[in-house]
Every structure is written in C-alpha cells, then in structure tokens.
Write a protein that binds this ligand. Structure first.
Ligand SMILES: [Zn+2]
Length: 231
C-alpha cells in the first residue's frame, strides 16, 4: 500500500477516536446540565405543591370555623328549647337548619381532607425525588470533572499522534482529506471481498490491482480512499 494511504488510514482512525472522545465529553457535560435542570423542575413542582397544601389548609380551617359557628348556634337554639324560652317552632327550625348546614360542612371537610392527603402524598414523593436528584447531582459534580480530565489526557495523546501522522502529507491530499471528513465524516474505506465497506459498491479488478501496486485510488461510489485489509 502507498505510504500516504497508510498515513491517511491511520489519521482517519485517530480522527474517529477523537470524535468519540468529544462525544463522550459532551455526554458527561450533559449529565450535569440535565441533573441541574431536573432539580429545578422538581423544586418548581415542590413550590407549587407547598402552595396548594397551604391553600387547602386555609380552606379546611375556614370550614372548621364555619362548623363551629353553626354548632354554637344549634346549641343555643337547643338550650332555648330546653329552657322553654322564645318561640319553640322557630328554635326547632333553627336546629334543623343548623343540622343541615353542618351535614354539608362535614361532607365538604371529609372531601377536603382527602384532597389534602393526596397533596401531602405527592409532596412527600416529590421531596424524595428532589433529594434523589440532588444526591445524583452531587455525585455527578464529583465524578464528571474527573472523567472529563481523564478524557482530555487521552484525547491529547491521540491528537498528538494524529497531528504527527498528518503533517508530512502533501497539501492537496490534506485538502481532500478535510473535504471528505467534512462531507462524509470519514475519508478512508476498507476494501472487503471486492466491495467498498462504506458504500458497498463493487470495486473493479483493475482498481484492486492498482491498489495492490501501491497506487492511491478513491472509491468510485463514495470517493473515499480505498485501503486494502491488513493481512
Ligand atoms: Zn465507497
């Protein structure tokens, strides 16, 4: 194989490794960003639930105060009846009216308490989820920088080998390499069983023998440089 082709093949491999490092680093940074966003989302939910629980308690207290007033009014009417004061029919009507209102309030209060139980359950679950998200973020804040530093070190080594391999190539080959990478991500394709492994086109025998003679030949399908499998 032509020595330039060997270089191009190696540069192509190293560039793939570099992209993998970059993808890995991007994912690590996304873990932190996502963890922070999740905490924010849960904190917003928790605020909303706190608000709803407070409003629900206010409603409950108002209903209890109202019930107390009607209980007092009923007791006073009953006392009047017991002591034979005032109009007994009116007092009886008042007791019945109070009973009706108090029944309604009882039902309201029960429903209100059920709603509050549900809200408090949601609140507990949300607080636990928020704590878990916080713990996850704390752990990620420790681990992610270490992983990123490790990726950086490994990447720098690969980058230096890549640059050293790439530098001696002629400018026109470099230009074509950059163009291929920009358009197709990879610039080199392996010839496998007479077929280009990137675009699957059948490579002509003449081209295969040219490659074996050490010529540089692009694939007619995808224009990547074809390389022979290493025997
Ligand atoms: Zn091809």
């Amino acid at each position: 194989m032509h020595p330039d082709l060997e270089r191009l093949d190696r540069v192509d491999q190293l560039d793939r490794q570099l992209r993998k490092f970059d993808d890995g680093a991007r994912k690590q940074r996304a873990i932190l960003v996502d963890a922070k966003a999740e905490i924010q989302r849960l904190a917003g939910q928790l605020d909303e639930l706190n608000h709803q629980v407070a409003a629900s308690k206010t409603t409950e207290h108002e209903a209890q105060r109202k019930a107390k007033r009607y209980q007092e009014r009923r007791a006073s009417a009953q006392r009047g009846l017991g002591q034979g004061r005032g109009d007994p029919d009116a007092a009886q009507r008042q007791v019945e009216q109070c009973n009706e209102i108090l029944d309604g309030l009882d039902t309201d209060l029960l429903e209100q308490m059920e709603r509050q139980d549900t809200l408090e359950g949601q609140h507990t679950a949300n607080a636990a989820a928020r704590q878990a998200a916080q713990d996850f973020e704390d752990a990620a804040a420790l681990s992610v920088p270490k992983i990123l530093a490790d990726l950086d070190t490994k990447r720098a080594k690969v980058q230096s080998e890549r640059d050293g391999t790439y530098a001696p190539l002629d400018n026109d080959i470099k230009y074509k390499y950059e163009q291929l990478v920009e358009k197709k991500r990879t610039a080199v394709a392996l010839l496998e069983k007479g077929v280009c492994s990137s675009c699957q086109i059948v490579v002509q025998n003449q081209q295969i023998s040219d490659l074996k003679r050490g010529l540089i030949k692009p694939c007619r399908g995808c224009h990547r440089w074809l390389v022979l499998p290493q025997s």
